[in-house]
Ligand binder design. Sequence first.
Ligand code: HEM
Length: 221
Amino acid sequence: MKRVDIYRTILWVGVLVMLLTLLVSSFIRLARVTNSINYGNIPPNGTIDIGYVENPILTFLHILPGCFFILSGAWQFIRPMRNRLIHVHQLNGRIYIILGLIIGVTGIAMGINLGFGGSAETSASIVFGLFFLYALIKAYWHIIKKQFILHREWMIRAYSIGLAVATIRPLTGLFFTFTDVPFHTFFGISFWIAFIVNASIAEIWINYTRNSSGKKIKSLS
Ligand code: HEM
């Protein structure tokens, strides 16, 4: 097995773990919001839950498309599917971009309206939400121009940012275990760390595959 294939496998395992983490967190969050609304169980002020219950439409508009976005994104990166079912790839790609635009806008709105993690969370959501929207638009622009390599690179950037909310989970676990920092403070800091970590891994992968395979790379994974 070539080194690039080993790294690709590791990356895929990471993506699948993040994908599952996001699907489980989404299910739990939506179930809790629905339960609170149906049974009138309003969470106490100052908890992380209250923001979601007070903004149910925004929460659903963010998390439901988010689930389809990460699933449709994973599909787009599976090379054999892409090569064999190019029409499905093109259709799914359009859906993926529309979902991404919804998530980017609602993600920024969540960071401003909920912002349990304070200004650190709000600023991280705005900066990376805008970068995420930019990456999606760039990726689309490049595919229209038939610039496949640039399309691939901007799609990887966008997808890595989309998955970053999953990276926040283990980070908050680490903070809980090893520090006495209040939850809302480290939650905000975790946003910055998670987005930076995911964006950096994407950049390393893009550079590595660009350098090791050069012009031969026609694939998206
Ligand atoms: C640009 C991308 C994204 C940004 C800027 C963003 C931003 C945010 C923000 C600000 C919150 C609220 C945190 C709080 O104060 O409680 C949030 C929550 C959440 N987001 Fe996103 N998000 C993005 C992408 C996604 C994607 C792709 C998913 C996929 C399902 C997702 C799933 C969730 C979930 C499940 C929550 C609730 C977390 C919890 O239960 O604690 N997000 N997001």
